[in-house]
Design a protein around this ligand. Structure first.
Ligand SMILES: *Cc1c(COP(=O)(O)O)cnc(C)c1O
Length: 428
């Protein structure tokens, strides 16, 4: 067992001054028990905690660090940028450069607006879609997370269609009732709702691969049906690619599955580890955004030079020849290693992967939506998680989170991970 003495002491201090001791809930390890590990530094594929333990990291700041921690070129560019000042509240050439890198990779987008988080991106995109269509309701899918804006913190009960009940106290029912929640991968349920209520529906927002209940892939034909139905009824289709963007392929899920949404939300990877989000889409829709149009959206630090620099440097490296393929290959290698480990240990798991994001579910059922993801044995996962942590492998502290690969991971890292997985599974 590794010692976590310093982390335990810090967690006590943290809990006295921050709710749950953290600034984002999953970090508190509630889903797996135990105390969170406090980090001293990250380098390449590894994290180092305050007690001197190291971990091969598959959380990667929850997705953004596709080049690994502290990539030398990103660090160098950031250091140079800091010397020039951290924010001006005025336009810079850097914003045009990152916008062009994004638009080139996402041809469905004619224009883009930078914000500071994925939450801001989805919240703003929905406002624009409502302004554009002059309709109020939105469709989302059960288990899809689109940040913590009020109207998006709504999931469904079971059944084909649920008019929203808020998930969280503090979200007025009057907000939530404009959110229609449907089961993912269910074309019939979607068709029934749209044919009945399309006159009121401004937009449909979807994670084209669901990363926030693990890694749930769209069934063949599902995204195509989503696209066809929204197009037919004038509903703005928003792909929330905050996680999948530059992750399931360089051009995101829209490139991988060849679907053109009307709007796209990005975040995570495009900030290279700094706080960034972005939303964009067709020119006729984005022309609604202030100051070109009447829909207001603003940000004191939006497009700031540090975040733009980290994003530009990250995308430049990621788009260089063979780089994305290499990360995908490493992901496939890990997939094989984990599958072999589970088989050898005699544990039934289901593994899903899209490009460089993936999830192992502790279930023998096929996982294709929220309800089937929930069949996973979370107690078993918690033991696995602790087993991996104690063997120097950091995976997300919840069964319902995706894992991520980076350019910095090595075949040796993956061998070690597979060995740790076998040992953890055998014991758990
Ligand atoms: C992470 C995430 C968000 C929220 O982004 P934040 O930067 O945490 O606000 C929104 N949508 C998806 C799909 C995400 O994975």
């Amino acid at each position: 067992m590794k010692s976590h003495r310093k982390s335990e002491k810090l967690f006590k201090q943290a809990k006295a001054v921050m709710p749950g001791g953290v600034n984002s809930p999953v970090r508190a390890f509630k889903a797996v028990g135990g105390n969170p590990v406090f980090i001293a530094k990250g380098k390449g594929s590894k994290l180092y905690d305050v007690d001197g333990n190291s971990y091969i990291d598959y959380v990667l700041s929850w997705g953004p660090l596709i080049l690994g921690h502290a990539h030398p070129k990103v660090v160098k560019a950031l250091k140079a940028a800091v010397d020039k000042g951290t924010s001006y509240g005025a336009p810079t050439p850097l914003e045009i450069e990152l916008a062009n890198l994004v638009l080139k990779a996402y041809p469905s987008m004619d224009m883009v607006r930078m914000v500071n988080s994925g939450t801001e991106a989805t919240m703003s995109a929905i406002r624009v879609a409502r302004g554009f269509t002059k309709r109020d309701k939105i469709i989302k899918f059960e288990g899809c997370y689109h940040g913590h804006a009020d109207g998006l913190l709504v999931k469904a009960g079971s059944g084909a269609m649920t008019f929203g009940v808020p998930d969280s106290p503090g979200v007025p029912e009057s907000y939530a009732k404009n959110t229609i929640t449907l089961p993912y991968n269910d074309i019939d349920a979607l068709k029934a709702v749209i044919e009945n209520a399309w006159r009121e529906i401004a937009c449909l927002i979807i994670e084209p691969v669901v990363g926030n209940i693990g890694c749930v892939l769209p069934k063949p034909g599902f995204l195509e049906a989503v696209r066809a139905l929204t197009k037919k009824y004038g509903i703005v289709l928003i792909f929330d690619e905050v996680m999948t963007g530059f992750r399931v392929s360089y051009g995101g899920a829209q490139e991988r599955y060849k679907i053109k949404p009307d709007m796209t939300c990005l975040g995570k990877v495009i900030g290279g580890g700094l706080p960034v989000g972005a939303y964009g889409g067709k020119k006729e829709i984005m022309s609604m955004v202030s100051p070109e149009g009447p829909v207001y959206q603003a940000g004191t630090l939006s497009g700031n030079p540090l975040a733009m620099t980290a994003g530009i440097e990250t995308l430049k490296i990621l788009s260089s020849k063979g780089t994305f393929k290499k990360i995908e290959k490493l992901s496939a290698l890990l997939e094989k290693g984990l599958a072999d480990a589970a088989k050898k240990a005699g544990v039934r798991t289901r593994f899903y992967r899209a490009g460089t994001m993936f999830c192992t579910y502790f279930t023998d059922r096929e996982v294709y939506d929220y309800a089937t993801a929930k069949t996973a044995d979370t107690a078993r996962f918690a033991k696995f998680f602790m087993g991996m942590l104690n063997r120097g492998v950091n995976i997300a502290p919840s069964q319902f989170e995706a894992g991520f690969m980076s350019l910095a991971h090595t075949e040796n890292d993956i061998e070690k991970t597979a060995k740790a997985a076998y040992e953890s599974l055998k014991k758990s």
